[in-house]
Design a protein around this ligand. Structure first.
Ligand code: F6R
Length: 241
């Protein structure tokens, strides 16, 4: 695991975007695994700038997102489908048919999970971008999830719902379930890039870098992956010696 310490969120976003841009320059047909949440917004802004400066293109890039809320239609502003279009896809030349986001709209959630899982089996993700939950979740794989888990519907923990309440008017509006890539899917990516910023992530970063691997802290499995880059800012690194 390579750990890159940077000053703040701005630098984190630039360094992370440069890693993705380098990949796209070498392999314009790369397949990216993408994340939502606050952590990647700045890096998406940097990628948009690089696209506008004609340094990179998404014309032949394929993307697979980690997760999506159940109970929200795609048209809802806080669906991850809307998030990705608002923060990246609408600003670059990606083809809509190359965008893959778990679809939780529909009555047969198990079939939707199986469909997304089959798509992931047929894809080969060159780089998977991850944020990390304060409780160590990656995607929406909450503590206690089996490392062998593939795409599934998860009941979100109270902690995760409270952490995400800032995007909604009230806690009641935060969905209770999400569809997420499982840990096994995430581990199949060739390279993993995890970004963590801010004091709220101090504990999670400390646990991740302790090297102990346990299902009670999902991100700890990344210690077993052979190509992981973790970028942390000074606040997130606050508990490291
Ligand atoms: C988002 C995702 C989550 C977030 C995590 C951190 O697609 O899968 O695991 O990466 O909850 O969220 P932020 O970045 O908002 O702190």
């Amino acid at each position: 695991m390579e750990v890159i310490k940077v000053k703040d969120y701005q630098e984190l976003s630039k360094v992370a975007a440069d890693i993705i841009a380098d990949l796209l320059k070498k392999n314009p047909k790369a397949t990216l695994g993408l994340a939502t949440g606050s952590s990647p917004v700045g890096l998406y802004q940097n990628l948009i700038k690089m696209y506008e400066n004609k340094e990179i293109s998404f014309k032949d890039v394929k993307t697979y997102n980690l997760d999506e809320y159940c109970e929200l239609p795609r048209s809802h502003p806080e669906s991850y489908y809307s998030f990705m279009h608002r923060n990246l896809f609408s600003h670059v030349d990606i083809k809509e048919e190359n965008v893959h986001i778990p679809c939780s709209e529909g009555s047969d959630l198990q079939k939707l999970c199986d469909d997304y899982n089959n798509q992931l089996h047929n894809a080969s993700i060159d780089l998977q971008l991850l944020g990390i939950g304060a409780n160590g979740h990656i995607g929406f794989n909450e503590p206690g999830t089996s490392f062998e888990q593939e795409t599934f519907v998860v009941k979100l923990t109270d902690k995760t719902r409270k952490d995400n309440q800032r995007f909604f008017n009230s806690l009641d509006e935060v969905p209770t379930h999400a569809m997420t890539m499982g840990i096994k899917n995430i581990m199949q990516a060739k390279k993993i890039l995890l970004v963590a910023s801010g004091k709220n992530k101090q504990d999670a970063v400390k646990k991740l870098l302790s090297g102990e691997i346990t299902e009670s802290f999902p991100a700890s499995i990344l210690n077993k992956h052979k190509d992981v880059v973790v970028i942390i800012d000074e606040e997130a690194a606050g508990l490291l010696k």
